[in-house]
Write a protein that binds this ligand. Structure first.
Ligand code: PMP
Ligand code: GLN
Length: 387
């Protein structure tokens, strides 16, 4: 039997924790508070727009950079919410989700041996994308209970080999939304060392308690060095559509487009006009998604706190992080593997998002983007842990 092990570049990547935990949820019929996806669809009129596009024959290859109305809508969105101008023809690229934008950006802009400084805990595709590009990941760890940016650690992470800073705010898995002084520190470091900045802002509209997301590209000195990545999945509750985009100066977008051409060539055509329509929804939509999610956050946080978890209330995203130590556990991976059998609930251990697994060992992430009755049932089941 011939053996064909994966290339060294892929060593240690295995199966993503999200796939593993969602499969476990299906197998055990557990409530899935692991992988971040809502259990309610986004706006019906946007679904109708997608159906219309399918029926009206938008079924052949879209142009490589994306359909013109979506590129225009992304450009309009950046202007409307942030006052950022982006030329829809040269400064916007439509991708197959933010995931493709991240991978294409890293493949396009990172050479083997280049260092990429990334916030830790990090979203898993960053580690994979950096590894596939042959780059070296250098973590800047955000620690409980506050999960704020450690500016001294950021500064000391930069070396002569650093090519890029890879930032994520609102941040998965901690729910931190970087504030002005933290963002300014990123800006200062990027400008002082002339670094490229790749910023993943997929949760840009999902912030709570009046906290607002501010894109790094809006800071002085940043427009020409920043590639901003986002997607329709979270903002419009269509995570399965996988329509994302990258926005930035033409030189960066051109490089990412070169890589994208040979990953997917072009992204699914009929969903793009629908996402264009979604980006133009009224302010009410964007306010409502925020307030609805904030109430869900509060519901799950209160339930978890009552059970006895140490709860770190997030400022944004779909997720809340807890420490399991007060309940007598210390290993999040073992806890999450046993949880479906024990209580019929699935969650995600933080440990997999760190280079040093001890760093997040007792932390567990829970998704609250679920129906209220599902959250209540999950809390009811989890209360077995403290009885
Ligand atoms: N970045 C972060 C921080 C995420 O949580 C996710 C998960 N959806 C993605 C990127 C990927 O987004 P998409 O589904 O649009 O590829
Ligand atoms: N972003 C989602 C999460 O963090 C998962 C997306 C995926 O499965 N890759 O749960």
């Amino acid at each position: 039997m011939p053996s064909f092990p994966p290339a060294d570049r892929l060593s240690g990547l295995g199966t993503t924790i999200f796939a593993e935990m969602s499969a476990l949820a299906l197998r055990t019929r557990a409530i899935n508070l692991g992988q971040g996806f809502p259990d309610t669809d986004g706006p019906p009129e946007i679904i109708e727009a997608a159906v219309r596009a399918l029926r009206e024959g938008r079924n052949q290859y879209a142009p490589g950079p994306g359909v013109p109305e979506l590129r225009q809508a992304v450009s309009d969105h950046q202007q409307r919410f942030y006052g950022v101008t982006a030329d829809p023809d040269s400064e916007v690229l439509v991708t197959t989700g933010a995931t493709e934008a991240i991978a294409a950006a890293l493949l396009a802009l990172i050479d083997p041996g280049d260092e990429v400084v990334a916030l830790e805990p990090y979203y898993d595709s960053y580690a994979a994308g950096i590894a596939m590009a042959g780059g070296v990941r250098v973590p800047v760890t955000m620690r409980a209970p506050d999960f704020r940016l450690d500016v001294a650690m950021l500064r000391s992470a930069v070396s002569p080999r650093t090519k890029a800073l890879l930032v994520n705010s609102p941040h998965n898995p901690t729910g931190t939304v970087l504030g002005d002084s933290e963002l300014q520190a990123v800006v200062d470091v990027a400008c002082e060392h002339d670094l490229l900045v790749i910023t993943d802002e997929v949760y840009e509209h999902l912030t709570f308690d009046g906290v607002r997301h501010r894109p790094l590209a809006t800071y002085d000195g940043m427009r020409d060095r920043t590639l901003t990545i986002s997607s329709a999945g979270k903002t419009f509750s269509f995570t399965g559509w996988k329509v994302g985009w990258a926005v930035g100066p033409a030189q960066l977008v051109r490089a990412v487009t070169t890589a994208k051409q040979f990953l997917t060539f072009t992204s699914g055509a009929p969903l793009q006009p629908a996402v264009a329509q979604a980006l133009g929804l009224g302010d009410d939509y964007f306010t409502e998604i925020r307030t609805t999610l904030q109430a869900k956050r509060d519901r799950l946080c209160a339930g978890l706190r009552d059970i006895g978890f140490d709860v770190f209330t997030p400022q944004g995203t779909y997720f809340v992080t807890t420490d399991i130590t007060p309940l007598g556990y210390d290993d999040g991976v073992a806890f999450c593997r046993d949880l479906p059998e024990r209580c019929g609930v699935v969650a995600i251990p933080h440990q997999v998002f760190y280079d040093d697994p001890r760093a997040g060992k007792s932390l567990v992430r829970w998704a609250f983007c679920k129906r209220d009755d599902v959250l209540d049932e999950a809390v009811k089941r989890l209360s077995l842990l403290s009885s």
